[in-house]
Design a protein around this ligand. Sequence first.
Ligand code: GLN
Length: 201
Amino acid sequence: MNIGVLALQGDVREHLSALAESDVLARPIRRPEELADVEALVLPGGESTAISHLAVSFGLLDPIRKRIADGMPVYGSCAGMIMLATDVLDGRPDQETFQGIEMTVRRNAFGRQIDSFEASVPIDDIAGGDFHAVFIRAPWVEQVGDDVRVLGRVNDGPSAGRIVAVRQGNLLATAFHPELTGDLRVHRYFVEMVRQAEDAR
Ligand code: GLN
């Protein structure tokens, strides 16, 4: 299985190791030629404005949009979730996305004072109990299109009910960072999505 991790900015190494621990040898992707060699992509957490600008200058914006439109499985965490959204609130005016999941996300949604926090999040489709989810200047999802499945909402605290995990077809996004907590269930779920997409071809 050939999975790439978009390696322009953000917690690339953490995703590479989470995938390695899920028994997939993933590779960093920085150029269009490298993208052509992978069947699926992970978009790391980091800073979506930086990832957007670098994707444009590295000539990756349109190739990734096209692969997504052609059905490539993609998983995005945090900034990666923003990069997958069709619409962004509180973004920078020149910020681009890969236009994958029909949803409106709000950047830095959980409040400026609360840079990071932890909450429990039950995820549909993933057994084994609530996720201990770590949010770092995270977005939340304000609106989803008809074809988007909400997989998880914050379970407790002042942000209870906020949508933080979604799936549309072969695209998966979480507002939190499973790559930072050693809980491999989201990465394993994504690897299974890639396997199913492979079988369906
Ligand atoms: N606030 C960041 C952004 O807008 C996301 C933060 C993260 O990925 N931890 O891209």
